[in-house]
Ligand binder design. Sequence first.
Ligand SMILES: *[C@@H]1O[C@H](CO)[C@@H](O)[C@H](O)[C@H]1NC(C)=O
Ligand SMILES: *[C@@H]1O[C@H](CO)[C@@H](O)[C@H](O)[C@H]1NC(C)=O
Ligand SMILES: *[C@@H]1O[C@H](CO)[C@@H](O)[C@H](O)[C@H]1NC(C)=O
Ligand SMILES: *[C@@H]1O[C@H](CO)[C@@H](O)[C@H](O)[C@H]1NC(C)=O
Length: 526
Amino acid sequence: MAISMGKGSVGVLTGVFIASLAVVVAVLLLRTYNLPELKVAWKGKGAPRIELEEDEREQLYEALKGALRIPTVSFSPSEQNTTALEEFKEYIKSAFPRVFNSSLVEYELVGGYSHLFNVQGSDNSLLPYMLLAHLDVVPATPEGWDLPPFSGEEKDGYIYGRGSLDDKSRVIDVAAQSGRTLFGVLIGLHFTLPKGILQALEFLFKKGYKPRRSFYIGLGHDEEISGRHGAKEIVKTLETRNVKLEYLLDEGFGVLDGVIYGTKRPIALIGVTEKGAITLNLTVNSPPGHSSMPPRESSIGILSAALSRLEQDQMPNRFGKGPEGAMFEQLADEFYFPLNIVMANLWLFGPLVSRILQRTPSGNALVRTTTALTIFNAGIKSNVIPQTARATVNFRIHPAETVNEVLKAMNTTIMDDRVIPSSDVPFFDPPSISPHDEETFGYQTVKRSITDVFLVEPVAPGVSIGNTASIYKFRALVIKDEDLSRFHGINERISKEGIETVVQFYFQLIQNSDTDIVPVQSHLEL
Ligand SMILES: *[C@@H]1O[C@H](CO)[C@@H](O)[C@H](O)[C@H]1NC(C)=O
Ligand SMILES: *[C@@H]1O[C@H](CO)[C@@H](O)[C@H](O)[C@H]1NC(C)=O
Ligand SMILES: *[C@@H]1O[C@H](CO)[C@@H](O)[C@H](O)[C@H]1NC(C)=O
Ligand SMILES: *[C@@H]1O[C@H](CO)[C@@H](O)[C@H](O)[C@H]1NC(C)=O
C-alpha cells in the first residue's frame, strides 16, 4: 500500500519536477537571449576619423621613443628620479610645440613636476572635462629584456620600453601601491598614454582644430607611489578654482582580447568605481628577555597568530553586491555556450560563479575585500626575545563594504587587544559608483569613442582594482592573452599600431566631447 501510494506520488512529483524544470529552463533562456538592448542612438554623426600621414606616424614613434628614454622612475614613496622628471618637462615642450604654443592652452606646473593644461573651448556654456594620466614608472633592470627597458628601441614592429616589477619586493610593494591589477594583468604601458593625449592634441592643432568644449589634461608625476603630490594636487587646484567637470577619464582597464575566460570577442571595459584601501601597522609589545628563559608567549608568537587568523579568515565573498555582477550580466552575450546562460542568470548561478571566481587571486580580488600581509619585522639577535613585533597589512575594500566595516571585522578576527593597530596613511572608502546609464554624457562619450576606434560594441562597466580618485577609467590599449606573460613587466612593449590607436582614441574622444547631442535610448526612438 505504501508502495503503491509512493508510485502515484512519484508520478505527480515527477510531473511537477519536469514542469518546474521547464519553467526554469524557459526563464534561463529568456533571460539569456532577451537581455535589454544597451545600444545608444546618437542624434548626430560621430566625429570623423582622422588618419595620420606617413610623416606624422614617424613623428609619433620618435616622440614615444624619446619619452621612453627618460627614466621617470618612482623608487619608493619618498624617492623619485627628479633629474628625469626635470628632463621630462623640457622634453614635452620640445616634442609638442603646438600644444605649448597655442593661445588656447594655459599650462602650469603643479606640485613641482606634474603638468596641468587647460584647453579653452569656444562655448562656455558646456562644462569642461578632464583627461588624467601619469608619467612616472616603476623601476626596471635590463635582465631578461630583449632590449634594454629605457632604450626606446624597436624590434619587429614593437617599441620596447621601461619595464616594471622585476625584483619581487618591488612587485609586491609597487603593485600594492598602484594596484594596476586586473584579472591578473599588470599593465605597465602607461608611459604611452600621457604622451598619447598630448600627441593627439598636437596633431589636432596642426589640423586647425578648435575645441567647443573646454578641457583639462592632468599628468601626475607620482601615481606609482600614492599620487599625493601629483594627481591629488591637480584635483585640489581645480577644486579651489571651483571647476566643475562634466566627466573625468583616468587610466585603467582597456580592450581585453581573450583575457576573460570563455568570451568570444574583445571586450572593452570602462571602470566606474574602484576598491577602497586600508593600510595598517599591527604592533605587539612584550617584555624583552633572554632566549634561555622564554615567556610562554612572545611578541612574535602573538603577532603571528593574529596574522594567521587574518589570512585564514578572509572577508566575505560579496559577488553581485558591487558592479561586478552587472558587468557579467551585461557581457552574457559575449560568452560561449553554456557560459552565456550562466552569466545571464546570476540570480540562479551567482553563488556558483562567485565560488569559481574566488579560486584565482585575480577573481578573488573582484569578489571580496582582500587581506594582504605585506611586511613583517621582529627580532635582531638569535638569543634575544624581541620586545616588538610589527607587521603591515593591506586591505583592498570591495565596493559593497566600507572602511569601518572592515576595521570592525578585523577586530573580531584578531580578538586580541595586545595587537595594536596604527597607521600613518589615509584610508579610502570605495568611491560611489559613477553613473553609466544612457543619459550620462561622459560615460556615453567614452563608450562611443571606444566603439569608433576599436569597433567593439560591448562596453561593460567594471570595477577597477586601483586606488586613484577618478570617475571613468579606460586605457586605449588592446590587451591580449599573450600580454599576460609580460605582467612582471619584462619586455614591456607596444606595437606601432597600438600607439596609433591610442592617439586615434583621443582624437575621437576630444572631438566627440564637443558634441552637445544627448544620447537617447533606442527604444524611445519609435
Ligand atoms: C635619473 O635620470 C637620469 C636622466 O634624466 C639618468 O641619467 C639617471 O641615471 C637616473 N638615475 C637613476 C638612479 O636611475
Ligand atoms: C611657437 O613655435 C614655433 C615652432 O613651431 C617657435 O618657433 C616659436 O618661437 C613659438 N612661439 C612662441 C611664442 O613660443
Ligand atoms: C577594536 O577593538 C579595540 C579594543 O580591542 C577598540 O578599542 C577599537 O575601538 C575597536 N575598533 C573597531 C573599529 O571596532
Ligand atoms: C608602519 O611603521 C613604520 C615604522 O614606524 C612606518 O615607516 C610606516 O609608514 C608605517 N606604516 C603604516 C601603514 O602606518
